[in-house]
Design a protein around this ligand. Structure first.
Ligand code: NAP
Length: 287
């Protein structure tokens, strides 16, 4: 059995097990299985180091472990190093741990149309904003401008990645929401752009996803913008992780169908939430 999983805390909400197991089923890969791996920060490193002996060939990593995953790795890809975080680990037979960041290329794949020569406004300065800003810069965007609720974090991100920051939203070809606004309530509250301002953007992408879709995507669609939702980004980063582990082309349609149709499997072993009140975070639409 080739085992894979997603390490996070909390992780009971993750759609990755259903998505990857659907991919294995679509390709007839009966000896592969993907599961949730709930791990609080204090046991993250020992959990990762114990996985290869239990048949794990790799793992995805989600909140709050992406930086710790990079620190633990033996080798890391350019994107993971530049972004400062890894979401994909591969375990070698020799005990080596290779770290990658598939959030960045996954975002570009979800975008479809290459952003070369385009101006982009990125909202947020957390881990996903770093991945998106790096991806856009690498793909040749003419200008990448970062706005964040806490401006100092946007300035730091801009300095680290060689992009720009602004304390006000700018007009752009592409708007990408990398804040968690829209995750727990159906509103745009907290963003520097209101619904009527969305017509300043030809394309609107939202990293956040929630049951029924986000308000940002709905309002952008209503105004005729091209939209990219968070589930497509999830599917595309997952497909790249799948390819890294298996060496096979990911069955994107099966993964997308599963991600869009499935709810978290409460019967999967090891899905318990943290026993400290963060169970409400199970609604969070991260991997
Ligand atoms: P993070 O590192 O915790 O960053 C959160 C960002 O949101 C920060 O910039 C924070 O601003 C901002 N923020 C939080 N609450 C806000 C509010 N009320 N008003 C304005 N800004 C607010 O999180 P992350 O890992 O970047 O993830 C961000 C979102 O993307 C999450 O919802 C996550 O689920 C989603 N995501 C989706 C995918 C996917 O595959 N679709 C992948 C990664 C992440 P401050 O700096 O001011 O606190």
């Amino acid at each position: 059995m080739h085992r894979l999983g997603v390490l996070g805390w909390p992780v009971s909400h993750s759609r990755s097990p259903a998505m990857h197991n659907a991919a294995f089923a679509a390709l007839g890969m009966r000896d592969w299985h993907y599961q949730r791996l709930p791990a609080p920060p204090e046991i993250f490193a020992e959990t990762v180091l114990s996985l290869p002996a239990s048949g794990f060939v790799g793992a995805n990593v989600t909140i709050p472990h992406k930086e710790a995953a990079l620190a633990l790795a033996t080798t890391a890809g350019d994107a993971a190093r530049a972004i400062g975080a890894a979401n994909t680990l591969s375990f070698g037979a020799d005990g080596a741990i290779a770290a990658e960041n598939t959030d960045a290329p996954g975002f570009l794949a979800a975008l479809g149309e290459p952003p070369a020569g385009k101006v982009a406004l990125v909202l947020g300065a957390g881990g996903s904003a770093r991945a998106v800003a790096y991806a856009l810069r690498e793909a040749g965007a003419a200008r990448v401008v970062v706005w964040n609720r806490t401006p100092e974090r946007a300035q730091q991100l801009a300095a680290d990645l060689g992009v720009d920051s602004s304390i006000r939203p700018i007009a752009a070809d592409l708007l990408v929401n990398c804040t968690s606004v829209g995750l727990s309530d159906a509103s745009l509250k907290g963003l520097p752009v209101d619904a009527d301002g969305l017509d300043r953007y030809a394309t609107v992408a939202d990293l956040v996803y929630r049951a029924g879709g986000t308000v940002l995507i709905a309002e952008a669609q209503r105004r005729g913008c091209t939209v990219v939702d968070g589930l497509e980004v999830l599917v595309r980063q997952g497909a790249l992780s799948f390819q890294a582990w298996t060496g096979r082309e990911a069955p994107i349609d099966a993964m997308r169908q599963s991600a869009r149709g499935s709810s978290p499997d409460q019967h999967d072993p090891g899905t318990s939430d943290p026993p400290d009140g963060r169970a409400a975070d199970a609604r969070r639409a991260d991997r």
